[in-house]
Design a protein around this ligand. Structure first.
Ligand code: PYC
Length: 443
């Protein structure tokens, strides 16, 4: 367990907040006596109508439900998921958080998410294992270094701790990296972002789910949305611009609701078509892999955009790797040998010393890519139909702020300042928010 959660200050803080803490001894005794664990959330009965139906039981959907209930008192809410909570991108990402983006809009947005991640263990009373271990994006070319300098300047203007460092400092922060000038892709410098790090992604899902459930939100798993019901819209089915949402048709029956929120990843555009709202999204798999556990040797998150790889070491000692999205748009999530070979080759160019480590397994998730690598958020041309989609490879780190801001948007039927730049209209009005340069890897 993280030192912080054993500390007196953590216990005192929980006491002040009237929250209980399971001690390690308590957990052991409970296990030894084979006491059954209480359910973490209810098996809710599906009602015929709700004030808000949220599609997608990942971090975004659950966070939106939680903040609707907690900050706006809107509790007659259902979160529906075709599988189990966290079964999509929320359980398939590489758990990296950071706010060192390229545009001022992106920096402000993702930094609010880091704020929320920072206090999440206390706010949700669950150890999300936030490890603020620092995040380093390597530059191997002059043009990459120029982009790192650009990002550092944009970041500093918003008070984000982010700067460009040279090979000596890089070596101190991550001694296993080969910073010699005769390597195949010499490391010229790096964008270093101390507040970045990793978090246990499942714990974030469970924390939001439990908190939303406690506030009265119904979590409906194995409930697939087959149609979004609308009336008054421009097409022959009453969908599209000018219409309004009336509910959803699910695999377990119809639910009526004046507000439906699409918080999905992977199938966001197909779901949106059901409301007659077309999204500029193509869907690509993103593959990741994990090694056997070894003693801790990599203290920071390391990213190389040019070598298409990012890597961090978990608390258990495994290395978790990811790459860029697969080049072909598809919903297929099978791993490929090309990915493994390319990944292994590039990782060894960065850290030749780990050549004996064995890869344990690989997996893939689906990324909904937009033309400018920024999300699409807020109300749409169909009254009552909201979207929180198009996250590309940035979805996990944005979950808390997306939930918080979507809740404001839904409660007030407006577009709060922090997400106004991500309005769907930007694609017709030419106001793109280009975040490709902040991607962990070149896509
Ligand atoms: O943008 O930091 C990132 C990232 C890591 C994995 C996927 N995207």
């Amino acid at each position: 367990m993280n030192e912080y959660f054993r500390s007196k200050s953590y216990t005192a803080r929980l006491k002040r907040m009237g929250k209980a803490k399971y001690s390690a001894a308590g957990l052991f005794i409970r296990g030894a006596r084979k006491k059954t664990w209480p359910r973490v959330w209810r098996e809710a009965e599906m009602k015929e109508s709700y004030d808000v139906v949220i599609i997608g039981g990942g971090i975004h959907g659950l966070a939106t439900a939680y903040y609707l209930a907690k900050n706006h008192g809107i509790t007659n809410v259902a979160v529906v998921d075709k599988a189990y909570l966290g079964s999509g991108g929320s359980g398939r990402n590489t758990a990296i958080v950071r706010s060192n983006y390229l545009t001022p809009e992106g920096v402000a947005f993702y930094d609010r998410s880091l704020d929320l991640y920072n206090t999440m263990s206390i706010d949700l009373n669950i150890n999300v294992m936030f490890s603020e271990r620092g995040h380093m994006t390597l530059a191997h070319t002059d043009s990459a270094l120029r982009t790192m300098n650009w990002r550092a300047e944009v970041n500093k203007l918003q008070d984000i701790d982010s700067s460009v460092i040279g090979p000596d400092e890089i070596k101190k922060l991550a001694p296993s990296l080969d910073v010699s000038s005769d390597s195949r892709y010499p490391i010229l410098g790096a964008l270093y972002h101390p507040p970045g790090g990793t978090i246990r992604h499942d714990a974030v899902v469970w924390g939001y789910a439990r908190a939303a459930d406690t506030l009265g939100v119904d979590l409906l798993q194995k409930t697939e949305v087959l149609d979004i019901l609308c009336e008054g819209g421009e097409d022959e089915h009453g969908k599209g611009a000018g219409g309004k949402v009336t509910g959803v048709r699910t695999s377990r029956g119809n639910i009526s609701a004046p507000i439906v929120v699409n918080c999905t990843a992977g199938w966001a555009s197909q779901l949106s078509n059901m409301a007659g709202v077309r999204l500029p999204i193509t869907t690509h798999p993103l593959q990741a892999a994990v090694t056997e556990p070894v003693k801790t040797f990599l203290p920071t998150v390391v990213v190389s955009g040019s070598l298409h790889v990012y890597v961090s070491q978990t608390d258990r000692g495994e290395l978790v790797f990811g790459a860029s999205v697969d080049p072909v748009a598809t919903y297929d999530m099978r791993g490929t040998l090309e990915f493994t070979e390319e990944l292994a080759g590039h990782v060894l160019e960065l850290m030749p010393g780990i050549s004996k480590m064995r890869l344990l397994r690989q997996w893939a998730g689906l990324c909904d890519m937009t033309p400018d690598y920024s999300p699409v958020m807020g109300p749409t041309q169909v009254d009552g139909y909201f979207v929180d989609v198009g996250w590309g490879t940035y979805g996990f780190k944005a979950g808390p702020v997306a939930g918080e801001q979507m809740a404001i948007s839904i409660a007030n039927n407006n577009l709060p300042k922090l997400i106004a730049p991500f309005d769907l209209k930007r694609f017709t009005e030419g106001e793109l928010v280009g975040e490709k340069g902040a991607a962990a890897v070149g896509h």
